[in-house]
Write a protein that binds this ligand. Structure first.
Ligand code: FAD
Length: 302
């Protein structure tokens, strides 16, 4: 049995591990995909205090090194469920059943999908949710991007560095991200902005051949292209925890700044928690608060 199981090795989960380990607790961190979480997919971070500029993957690596050096047990395992067992908790994963005195849910969010027919078949075959991972495959080719927030802006800037043309489709005639990113993107000569448009359909069976979209005049047009990057936001993925903790109506884990959930001994940290600002600083802050809450809970009850 570990003192604490942390579900998710993103910024919130790894910061939670850091604080709990420094408080003398044993910690197991479970991660279903890549250590580092969402930020590992960001080309550049420029708003984390004390670090002027760093790549998302370097940021994630540094945090990972910090917790493993302190003795975190980190497992590449997806948590499937969490339930109460005696005084503690049972976490079932794809490979094991693990027990802990306290659990920190730091499962982040997932990419929002357009949900058009054939999406599953085309994902990885022309449709991508990560420009940093898949962008280089399209070096020298024209690509399209849909989205209007910071992620889309960052992806557009990155892709403009090695694609001759980047078409950026947005629902409205404005972006909803940092002004500095908007300016940089729109200053790129090879970026073609398509405002007031909405995608309606993917073309292609096993490989993306393009898409249809409603243009600014409401007419359906076709864009033949072999790569589309989708960056239209994120959604929570907390259903597997709803038997244990209360969720809000959007599906985020109901917990305030204390990170305490409706179940004593279970804490929620980072983007998976109901809150207004989802950033690295707020994820790290939650990680610290949740870990110290879990340590206090263990000291009181065990
Ligand atoms: C492209 C991009 C660029 C960004 N740039 C910035 C930036 O410049 N500055 C900034 O402040 N913020 C930025 N953000 C936002 C920032 O990355 C997030 O706010 C932050 O990563 C949230 O951290 P988290 O730990 O809560 O969640 P995540 O980073 O989402 O980590 C959650 C982790 O939990 C894992 N997980 C989920 N379910 C399970 C399960 N059942 N079992 C095991 N593991 C599970 C996931 O695989 C993931 O690794 C960016 C986001 C993106 C996508």
């Amino acid at each position: 049995m570990s003192d604490i199981i942390v579900i998710g090795a993103g910024t919130a989960g790894m910061t939670a591990a850091l604080y709990a380990l420094r408080n003398g607790k044993s910690v197991t961190v479970l991660e279903e995909e890549t250590f580092g979480g969402q930020i590992a997919n960001s080309p550049r971070v420029e708003n984390f205090p004390t670090i002027k500029e760093i790549s998302g993957s370097d940021f994630a690596d540094k945090l990972f090194e910090q917790i493993t050096a302190l003795g975190a047990e980190v497992e590449l395992e997806k948590a499937l469920s969490v339930e109460k067992k005696g005084k503690g908790f049972l976490v079932k994963t794809e490979y094991a059943e693990r027990e802990a005195k306290s659990v920190i849910l730091a499962a982040g969010v997932k990419h929002k999908h357009l949900r058009f027919p054939n999406e599953e078949e085309l994902t990885g075959n022309g449709i991508s949710y990560c420009a940093i991972c898949d962008g280089p495959f399209y070096t020298g080719e024209e690509v399209a991007l849909v989205g209007d927030g910071n992620t889309a802006l960052q992806y557009g800037i990155l892709l403009s560095g090695y694609c001759p043309k980047v078409y950026v489709y947005t629902l409205f005639d404005r972006f909803f991200g940092d002004e500095s990113l908007v300016k940089t993107l729109l200053s790129k000569k090879n970026v073609v902005w398509k405002p007031n448009t909405s995608l309606t359909e993917y073309l292609g069976k096993d490989k993306l051949e393009g898409f249809r979209y409603k243009n600014a005049e409401g007419k359906i047009e076709e864009h033949r292209i072999s790569a589309l990057f989708v960056a239209i936001g994120q959604v929570p993925d907390n259903k597997k925890f709803e038997n244990l903790v209360a969720l809000d109506k959007e599906g985020y884990i109901a917990a305030d700044e204390t990170c305490e959930t409706s179940c004593e001994g279970v804490f929620a940290a980072g983007d998976c928690r109901a809150k207004k600002i989802r950033q690295l600083t707020t994820a790290a802050a939650d990680g610290a608060v949740a870990a110290l809450g879990a340590c206090a809970y263990i000291d009181k009850n065990f």
